[in-house]
Design a protein around this ligand. Sequence first.
Ligand code: NAD
Length: 355
Amino acid sequence: MSSFQSEFALSQSAVRVRFAPGVRHDVGAEVERLGGARAVILSTPGKRNMAEALASDMGDCVAGLVPLAEMHTPVAVTEQALVEVKRLGANCLVAIGGGSTIGLSKALALRSGLPQIVLPTTYAGSEATPVLGQTEDGLKTTINDPQVQPQVILYDAELVCSLPLPITVASALNAMAHAAEGLYARDRNPVSTLLAVEGLRAFSAALAAVCQTPDDLEARGETLYGAWLCGTVLGQVGMSLHHKLCHVLGGAFDLPHAQTHAVMLPHTIGFNASAVGTQLDPIREIFGNTDVGQALAGFADKVGAPRALRDLGLGEADLDRAADLAMEAAYWNPRPLVRDEILGLLKAAWAGNLH
Ligand code: NAD
Protein backbone atom coordinates (compact mmCIF):
# COMPACT_ATOMS: atom_id res chain seq x y z
CA MET A 1 0.00 0.00 0.00
CA SER A 2 1.35 3.47 -0.84
CA SER A 3 1.19 6.51 1.46
CA PHE A 4 -1.33 8.24 -0.81
CA GLN A 5 -3.97 10.48 0.80
CA SER A 6 -6.83 11.85 -1.26
CA GLU A 7 -6.41 15.29 0.32
CA PHE A 8 -3.27 16.94 1.62
CA ALA A 9 -1.25 20.15 1.66
CA LEU A 10 2.52 20.40 1.89
CA SER A 11 4.87 23.41 2.08
CA GLN A 12 8.56 22.91 1.48
CA SER A 13 11.34 25.47 1.76
CA ALA A 14 14.38 25.46 -0.52
CA VAL A 15 17.15 23.96 1.59
CA ARG A 16 20.51 22.76 0.30
CA VAL A 17 21.55 19.55 2.06
CA ARG A 18 24.94 17.87 1.71
CA PHE A 19 26.03 14.60 3.25
CA ALA A 20 29.67 13.45 3.28
CA PRO A 21 32.27 12.56 5.87
CA GLY A 22 34.56 15.61 5.85
CA VAL A 23 32.02 17.93 4.16
CA ARG A 24 32.79 20.51 6.89
CA HIS A 25 35.99 21.27 4.99
CA ASP A 26 33.81 22.80 2.23
CA VAL A 27 32.08 25.30 4.49
CA GLY A 28 34.14 28.20 3.08
CA ALA A 29 32.89 27.39 -0.43
CA GLU A 30 29.33 27.22 0.88
CA VAL A 31 29.70 30.67 2.49
CA GLU A 32 30.89 32.00 -0.87
CA ARG A 33 28.02 30.27 -2.67
CA LEU A 34 25.58 32.15 -0.45
CA GLY A 35 27.31 35.39 -1.38
CA GLY A 36 28.85 35.82 2.07
CA ALA A 37 32.41 36.93 2.74
CA ARG A 38 32.34 37.51 6.49
CA ALA A 39 30.97 34.53 8.43
CA VAL A 40 30.63 34.26 12.18
CA ILE A 41 30.90 30.78 13.64
CA LEU A 42 28.48 29.96 16.44
CA SER A 43 28.96 27.26 19.07
CA THR A 44 28.42 26.65 22.76
CA PRO A 45 31.26 27.77 25.06
CA GLY A 46 32.09 24.10 25.66
CA LYS A 47 32.44 23.33 21.95
CA ARG A 48 34.56 26.36 21.06
CA ASN A 49 37.28 23.93 19.93
CA MET A 50 34.95 22.61 17.19
CA ALA A 51 34.33 26.19 16.01
CA GLU A 52 38.07 26.93 16.01
CA ALA A 53 38.83 23.81 13.98
CA LEU A 54 36.18 24.84 11.46
CA ALA A 55 37.59 28.39 11.29
CA SER A 56 41.08 27.08 10.55
CA ASP A 57 39.70 25.57 7.32
CA MET A 58 37.82 28.64 6.19
CA GLY A 59 40.57 31.16 5.64
CA ASP A 60 39.70 34.80 5.09
CA CYS A 61 35.93 34.49 5.19
CA VAL A 62 35.82 34.12 9.00
CA ALA A 63 34.84 37.35 10.71
CA GLY A 64 35.03 35.79 14.18
CA LEU A 65 33.66 33.25 16.65
CA VAL A 66 30.60 33.74 18.85
CA PRO A 67 30.69 30.78 21.25
CA LEU A 68 27.72 31.86 23.36
CA ALA A 69 24.96 29.30 22.65
CA GLU A 70 23.03 27.94 25.61
CA MET A 71 20.32 25.33 26.07
CA HIS A 72 16.75 26.66 25.46
CA THR A 73 17.94 29.75 23.50
CA PRO A 74 17.62 32.47 26.17
CA VAL A 75 16.68 35.81 24.57
CA ALA A 76 19.29 37.65 26.68
CA VAL A 77 22.05 35.47 25.18
CA THR A 78 20.71 36.05 21.66
CA GLU A 79 20.78 39.81 22.21
CA GLN A 80 24.37 39.65 23.45
CA ALA A 81 25.34 37.51 20.44
CA LEU A 82 23.58 39.90 18.06
CA VAL A 83 25.72 42.78 19.31
CA GLU A 84 28.83 40.67 18.54
CA VAL A 85 27.56 39.66 15.10
CA LYS A 86 26.98 43.32 14.21
CA ARG A 87 30.31 44.41 15.68
CA LEU A 88 32.09 41.82 13.53
CA GLY A 89 30.26 43.03 10.40
CA ALA A 90 29.11 39.49 9.60
CA ASN A 91 27.02 38.69 6.53
CA CYS A 92 26.61 34.94 7.11
CA LEU A 93 26.00 32.68 10.12
CA VAL A 94 27.70 29.30 10.47
CA ALA A 95 26.52 27.11 13.36
CA ILE A 96 28.32 23.98 14.53
CA GLY A 97 26.64 21.99 17.30
CA GLY A 98 23.37 20.47 18.45
CA GLY A 99 19.91 21.96 18.88
CA SER A 100 21.17 24.59 21.34
CA THR A 101 23.66 26.11 18.89
CA ILE A 102 21.27 25.84 15.96
CA GLY A 103 18.66 27.58 18.14
CA LEU A 104 21.00 30.56 18.59
CA SER A 105 21.62 30.65 14.85
CA LYS A 106 17.89 30.69 14.11
CA ALA A 107 17.26 33.38 16.73
CA LEU A 108 20.00 35.55 15.14
CA ALA A 109 18.67 34.92 11.63
CA LEU A 110 15.23 36.05 12.77
CA ARG A 111 16.63 39.32 14.08
CA SER A 112 19.23 40.01 11.38
CA GLY A 113 17.95 38.36 8.19
CA LEU A 114 21.39 36.74 7.73
CA PRO A 115 21.63 33.42 5.88
CA GLN A 116 22.59 30.31 7.84
CA ILE A 117 24.84 27.32 7.19
CA VAL A 118 24.51 24.69 9.92
CA LEU A 119 26.60 21.65 10.78
CA PRO A 120 24.56 19.46 13.17
CA THR A 121 26.49 17.41 15.70
CA THR A 122 23.50 15.68 17.34
CA TYR A 123 20.31 14.10 15.97
CA ALA A 124 17.81 16.60 17.44
CA GLY A 125 16.71 17.77 13.96
CA SER A 126 16.27 21.50 14.56
CA GLU A 127 18.27 22.27 11.40
CA ALA A 128 15.44 20.87 9.26
CA THR A 129 12.63 23.01 10.71
CA PRO A 130 11.34 26.60 10.42
CA VAL A 131 10.63 26.46 14.17
CA LEU A 132 12.40 28.40 16.91
CA GLY A 133 11.89 27.98 20.65
CA GLN A 134 13.22 30.79 22.85
CA THR A 135 13.09 31.43 26.59
CA GLU A 136 12.58 34.68 28.43
CA ASP A 137 11.68 35.14 32.12
CA GLY A 138 11.48 31.36 32.49
CA LEU A 139 8.89 31.07 29.71
CA LYS A 140 9.54 29.15 26.49
CA THR A 141 7.69 30.35 23.41
CA THR A 142 7.81 28.82 19.96
CA ILE A 143 7.49 30.55 16.62
CA ASN A 144 7.16 29.07 13.15
CA ASP A 145 8.73 31.38 10.55
CA PRO A 146 10.41 30.55 7.22
CA GLN A 147 13.06 33.16 8.06
CA VAL A 148 14.57 30.85 10.72
CA GLN A 149 14.96 27.83 8.41
CA PRO A 150 18.69 27.40 7.66
CA GLN A 151 19.50 27.64 3.93
CA VAL A 152 22.32 25.07 3.97
CA ILE A 153 22.75 21.93 6.10
CA LEU A 154 26.08 20.10 6.03
CA TYR A 155 25.86 16.63 7.57
CA ASP A 156 29.36 15.40 8.37
CA ALA A 157 29.43 11.97 10.04
CA GLU A 158 32.93 12.68 11.38
CA LEU A 159 31.46 15.41 13.58
CA VAL A 160 29.07 13.06 15.41
CA CYS A 161 31.68 10.38 16.13
CA SER A 162 32.65 12.30 19.29
CA LEU A 163 29.07 12.35 20.60
CA PRO A 164 29.17 10.18 23.77
CA LEU A 165 27.07 7.02 23.49
CA PRO A 166 24.48 7.96 26.14
CA ILE A 167 23.78 11.27 24.32
CA THR A 168 23.90 9.51 20.96
CA VAL A 169 21.17 7.07 22.01
CA ALA A 170 18.96 9.66 23.70
CA SER A 171 19.32 12.08 20.80
CA ALA A 172 18.43 9.34 18.29
CA LEU A 173 15.25 8.50 20.20
CA ASN A 174 14.48 12.24 20.31
CA ALA A 175 14.63 12.22 16.49
CA MET A 176 12.57 9.05 16.24
CA ALA A 177 9.84 10.72 18.32
CA HIS A 178 9.36 13.32 15.56
CA ALA A 179 8.77 10.54 13.05
CA ALA A 180 6.53 8.47 15.35
CA GLU A 181 4.22 11.41 16.04
CA GLY A 182 4.41 12.42 12.37
CA LEU A 183 2.83 9.09 11.41
CA TYR A 184 -0.46 10.04 13.08
CA ALA A 185 -0.29 13.84 12.70
CA ARG A 186 -3.59 15.41 11.72
CA ASP A 187 -1.85 17.41 8.97
CA ARG A 188 0.43 14.62 7.76
CA ASN A 189 0.93 14.20 4.02
CA PRO A 190 2.21 11.31 1.90
CA VAL A 191 5.72 12.77 1.81
CA SER A 192 5.94 13.28 5.59
CA THR A 193 4.80 9.68 6.05
CA LEU A 194 7.45 8.38 3.65
CA LEU A 195 10.11 10.45 5.40
CA ALA A 196 8.99 9.23 8.83
CA VAL A 197 9.08 5.56 7.86
CA GLU A 198 12.47 5.88 6.17
CA GLY A 199 13.83 7.85 9.15
CA LEU A 200 12.72 5.17 11.62
CA ARG A 201 14.17 2.49 9.37
CA ALA A 202 17.52 4.29 9.22
CA PHE A 203 17.76 4.46 13.01
CA SER A 204 16.60 0.88 13.50
CA ALA A 205 19.40 -0.34 11.28
CA ALA A 206 22.22 2.00 12.16
CA LEU A 207 21.87 2.92 15.85
CA ALA A 208 22.78 -0.55 17.12
CA ALA A 209 25.83 -0.50 14.82
CA VAL A 210 26.87 2.88 16.26
CA CYS A 211 26.49 1.48 19.78
CA GLN A 212 28.86 -1.36 18.83
CA THR A 213 31.37 0.90 17.06
CA PRO A 214 30.85 4.60 17.85
CA ASP A 215 33.26 5.77 15.14
CA ASP A 216 31.72 3.63 12.37
CA LEU A 217 31.38 6.41 9.78
CA GLU A 218 28.90 4.53 7.61
CA ALA A 219 26.56 3.89 10.56
CA ARG A 220 27.03 7.43 11.90
CA GLY A 221 26.15 8.73 8.43
CA GLU A 222 23.00 6.62 8.36
CA THR A 223 21.91 7.89 11.77
CA LEU A 224 22.42 11.48 10.56
CA TYR A 225 20.33 10.57 7.52
CA GLY A 226 17.63 9.40 9.95
CA ALA A 227 17.95 12.66 11.89
CA TRP A 228 17.49 14.72 8.73
CA LEU A 229 14.39 12.76 7.68
CA CYS A 230 12.82 12.83 11.14
CA GLY A 231 13.66 16.53 11.56
CA THR A 232 12.04 17.27 8.21
CA VAL A 233 8.86 15.56 9.45
CA LEU A 234 8.96 17.76 12.57
CA GLY A 235 9.21 20.81 10.31
CA GLN A 236 6.23 19.75 8.19
CA VAL A 237 3.54 18.49 10.55
CA GLY A 238 2.11 19.09 14.02
CA MET A 239 3.23 17.10 17.06
CA SER A 240 0.97 15.68 19.78
CA LEU A 241 0.97 14.29 23.33
CA HIS A 242 4.55 13.02 23.27
CA HIS A 243 6.06 16.42 22.44
CA LYS A 244 3.67 18.22 24.81
CA LEU A 245 4.70 16.01 27.74
CA CYS A 246 8.40 16.43 26.93
CA HIS A 247 7.99 20.22 26.77
CA VAL A 248 6.23 20.16 30.15
CA LEU A 249 8.91 17.96 31.73
CA GLY A 250 11.77 20.00 30.24
CA GLY A 251 10.20 23.41 30.83
CA ALA A 252 8.71 23.04 34.31
CA PHE A 253 11.06 20.45 35.83
CA ASP A 254 14.27 21.15 33.92
CA LEU A 255 14.66 17.55 32.76
CA PRO A 256 17.27 16.99 30.01
CA HIS A 257 15.75 17.35 26.53
CA ALA A 258 16.89 14.27 24.62
CA GLN A 259 16.82 11.85 27.59
CA THR A 260 13.24 12.87 28.40
CA HIS A 261 12.18 12.11 24.84
CA ALA A 262 13.92 8.75 25.07
CA VAL A 263 12.14 7.72 28.28
CA MET A 264 8.72 8.91 27.18
CA LEU A 265 8.68 7.48 23.64
CA PRO A 266 7.37 3.92 24.29
CA HIS A 267 4.78 5.25 26.77
CA THR A 268 3.30 8.06 24.68
CA ILE A 269 3.28 6.34 21.31
CA GLY A 270 2.02 3.14 22.94
CA PHE A 271 -0.74 5.18 24.62
CA ASN A 272 -1.89 6.61 21.28
CA ALA A 273 -1.64 3.32 19.38
CA SER A 274 -5.19 2.22 20.22
CA ALA A 275 -6.60 5.44 18.70
CA VAL A 276 -4.88 5.47 15.32
CA GLY A 277 -5.76 2.29 13.46
CA THR A 278 -3.03 1.23 11.04
CA GLN A 279 -1.02 4.48 11.05
CA LEU A 280 1.61 3.07 13.43
CA ASP A 281 1.97 -0.21 11.51
CA PRO A 282 5.41 0.86 10.21
CA ILE A 283 6.62 0.86 13.84
CA ARG A 284 5.18 -2.62 14.40
CA GLU A 285 6.87 -3.83 11.24
CA ILE A 286 10.27 -2.12 11.65
CA PHE A 287 10.71 -3.01 15.33
CA GLY A 288 9.08 -6.43 15.09
CA ASN A 289 6.30 -6.33 17.70
CA THR A 290 2.55 -5.91 17.23
CA ASP A 291 2.41 -3.95 20.52
CA VAL A 292 3.71 -0.48 19.58
CA GLY A 293 4.84 0.44 23.11
CA GLN A 294 6.70 -2.85 23.52
CA ALA A 295 8.21 -2.51 20.05
CA LEU A 296 9.76 0.86 20.99
CA ALA A 297 10.68 -0.27 24.52
CA GLY A 298 12.45 -3.32 23.11
CA PHE A 299 14.47 -1.10 20.78
CA ALA A 300 15.23 1.35 23.61
CA ASP A 301 16.53 -1.53 25.75
CA LYS A 302 18.61 -2.91 22.89
CA VAL A 303 20.47 0.40 22.50
CA GLY A 304 20.72 1.06 26.25
CA ALA A 305 18.40 4.09 26.43
CA PRO A 306 17.29 5.55 29.78
CA ARG A 307 13.88 4.11 30.69
CA ALA A 308 12.66 5.89 33.84
CA LEU A 309 11.92 9.55 34.61
CA ARG A 310 13.04 8.97 38.20
CA ASP A 311 16.54 8.32 36.86
CA LEU A 312 16.49 11.78 35.22
CA GLY A 313 15.87 13.50 38.56
CA LEU A 314 12.08 13.89 38.60
CA GLY A 315 10.46 13.47 42.02
CA GLU A 316 7.39 11.26 42.36
CA ALA A 317 5.60 14.20 43.99
CA ASP A 318 6.00 16.21 40.75
CA LEU A 319 3.86 13.85 38.69
CA ASP A 320 0.54 15.41 39.68
CA ARG A 321 1.65 18.87 38.61
CA ALA A 322 3.08 17.47 35.39
CA ALA A 323 -0.30 15.89 34.61
CA ASP A 324 -2.05 19.21 35.30
CA LEU A 325 0.36 21.10 33.04
CA ALA A 326 -0.06 18.50 30.30
CA MET A 327 -3.79 19.19 30.24
CA GLU A 328 -3.25 22.98 29.91
CA ALA A 329 -3.16 24.22 26.31
CA ALA A 330 -2.90 20.60 25.22
CA TYR A 331 -1.77 19.90 21.64
CA TRP A 332 -4.18 18.09 19.35
CA ASN A 333 -3.89 14.35 20.07
CA PRO A 334 -5.46 11.37 18.30
CA ARG A 335 -6.59 9.85 21.63
CA PRO A 336 -8.70 12.14 23.81
CA LEU A 337 -6.81 13.25 26.91
CA VAL A 338 -8.16 12.24 30.31
CA ARG A 339 -6.15 13.67 33.19
CA ASP A 340 -6.07 10.45 35.23
CA GLU A 341 -4.90 8.46 32.22
CA ILE A 342 -2.10 10.97 31.62
CA LEU A 343 -1.15 10.71 35.30
CA GLY A 344 -1.10 6.92 34.92
CA LEU A 345 1.14 7.21 31.87
CA LEU A 346 3.50 9.57 33.74
CA LYS A 347 3.62 7.22 36.74
CA ALA A 348 4.55 4.32 34.50
CA ALA A 349 7.24 6.40 32.77
CA TRP A 350 8.53 7.59 36.13
CA ALA A 351 8.95 4.04 37.38
CA GLY A 352 10.13 2.70 34.02
CA ASN A 353 7.27 0.18 33.75
CA LEU A 354 5.42 -0.13 30.50
CA HIS A 355 1.70 -1.06 30.96
P1 NAD B 1 22.49 20.34 22.76
O1 NAD B 1 22.72 21.10 21.53
O2 NAD B 1 22.38 21.11 24.03
O3 NAD B 1 23.61 19.22 22.89
C1 NAD B 1 23.53 18.25 23.92
C2 NAD B 1 24.92 18.00 24.53
O4 NAD B 1 25.71 17.32 23.58
C3 NAD B 1 25.68 19.26 24.90
O5 NAD B 1 26.33 19.05 26.11
C4 NAD B 1 26.69 19.40 23.77
O6 NAD B 1 27.86 20.07 24.17
C5 NAD B 1 26.97 17.95 23.46
N1 NAD B 1 27.42 17.71 22.09
C6 NAD B 1 26.79 18.10 20.96
N2 NAD B 1 27.44 17.64 19.89
C7 NAD B 1 28.51 16.94 20.35
C8 NAD B 1 29.55 16.17 19.71
N3 NAD B 1 29.55 15.98 18.40
N4 NAD B 1 30.48 15.60 20.50
C9 NAD B 1 30.42 15.72 21.85
N5 NAD B 1 29.44 16.38 22.51
C10 NAD B 1 28.50 17.00 21.76
O7 NAD B 1 21.15 19.46 22.70
P2 NAD B 1 20.27 18.83 21.54
O8 NAD B 1 19.61 17.66 22.16
O9 NAD B 1 21.03 18.65 20.28
O10 NAD B 1 19.20 19.96 21.27
C11 NAD B 1 18.27 20.31 22.28
C12 NAD B 1 17.76 21.71 22.06
O11 NAD B 1 17.33 21.87 20.71
C13 NAD B 1 16.56 22.01 22.93
O12 NAD B 1 16.62 23.35 23.39
C14 NAD B 1 15.38 21.82 21.99
O13 NAD B 1 14.25 22.55 22.39
C15 NAD B 1 15.96 22.30 20.69
N6 NAD B 1 15.32 21.69 19.50
C16 NAD B 1 14.65 22.53 18.68
C17 NAD B 1 14.03 22.03 17.56
C18 NAD B 1 13.31 22.96 16.62
O14 NAD B 1 12.82 22.54 15.59
N7 NAD B 1 13.24 24.23 16.93
C19 NAD B 1 14.09 20.67 17.26
C20 NAD B 1 14.78 19.83 18.14
C21 NAD B 1 15.40 20.36 19.26
